[in-house]
Design a protein around this ligand. Structure first.
Ligand SMILES: [Zn+2]
Ligand SMILES: [Zn+2]
Length: 289
């Protein structure tokens, strides 16, 4: 068990929101390949790297969706509220590209028509409403297609560079999805600042350190880790809701990447699960079995 310094929230004027970068998927692919070298699930991580490569190609080809923040937007609801259909119109064109990349990697996935049936399960997971992980590569590829479109939407938003009052910190201010974990920055003028990262659109939003992000209870959280194997990753376990989500520390590893590093640290999930805590953050590339 590890207890890193639980610094109080800083008065520094960190931006509330950080939009995803234009090379998000390429960075994920690179990180997955690095992590695959030593991971038990190397085969799956290498195949996911190919999926992320295909996501980057599709993202680059998609172009600006032209959706902007409404003037005077007050952040009391997700930016995307009421515009989901408009935003998602592009995913059926992207799914077949990602599916063929997976097929080339030896992973069979359903065609577009059959994949539509998986939408409810994928949406429930990303919304944080499902406890289990996804079950099939088809569902993972469908989630990957949605990620491309939603990340393009979030990337095009001119989010404020300063503080904004976010209404619902447990869910993404842009798309309303659940976070897949938190990153704690080193340097960049934001050293020690914690941001949650959206499982769907990769927007990051500032969160208070040393507080459960699953139930927002200000009570006791414990930090569990496997120092030798995963020095940059801790599970933040909450005594109030008995859930946990992972924190990724840049000062231990500058290129730590929440989605990729989550998949390479499943031994930590086993350890934390044995101590009675339940996983509270979705990862669309984590499949049951
Ligand atoms: Zn989002
Ligand atoms: Zn909690």
């Amino acid at each position: 068990m590890q207890f890193p310094p639980q610094s109080l929230p800083s008065a520094d004027d960190y931006p509330s929101l950080l939009r995803p970068g234009t090379s998000l998927f390429a960075r994920r692919a690179s990180r997955l390949r690095t992590l695959a070298g030593s991971a038990p699930a190397a085969d799956w991580l290498n195949r996911l790297a190919l999926l992320c490569d295909a996501q980057q190609t599709a993202f680059d080809a998609l172009g600006d969706l032209g959706l902007r923040l409404p003037a005077g937007f007050a952040w009391q609801q997700a930016v995307s509220a009421g515009r989901e259909a408009e935003i998602e119109a592009a995913w059926p064109a992207i799914y077949p590209q990602l599916a063929s990349a997976m097929a080339a990697a030896g992973v069979a996935v359903a065609d577009l028509g059959s994949a539509q049936a998986s939408l409810p399960a994928v949406r429930a997971l990303l919304a944080g409403e499902a406890e289990a992980a996804l079950q099939s590569p088809t569902e993972a590829v469908l989630a990957a297609a949605l990620q491309v479109v939603w990340t393009r939407f979030a990337q095009g938003l001119d989010v404020p560079t300063g503080k904004v009052l976010l209404a619902e910190r447990g869910h993404c201010p842009c798309c309303g999805s659940a976070p897949l974990g938190s990153i704690v920055f080193a340097g960049q003028g934001r050293g020690g600042a914690r941001y949650q990262e959206c499982s769907l659109c990769a927007t990051r939003w500032n969160a208070v350190r040393a507080r459960c992000t699953l139930c927002d209870d200000p009570g006791v959280v414990a930090y569990l880790g496997i120092e030798d194997a995963f020095p940059a990753v801790r599970a933040e376990a909450c005594e109030h809701c008995k859930g946990y989500s992972k924190l990724y520390f840049q000062d231990k590893d500058l290129v730590v990447e929440p989605l990729a590093d989550d998949l390479a640290t499943l031994a930590l999930d086993v350890l934390v699960g044995e101590q009675g805590y339940a996983r509270g953050a979705p990862n669309p590339f984590l499949l049951t079995g």
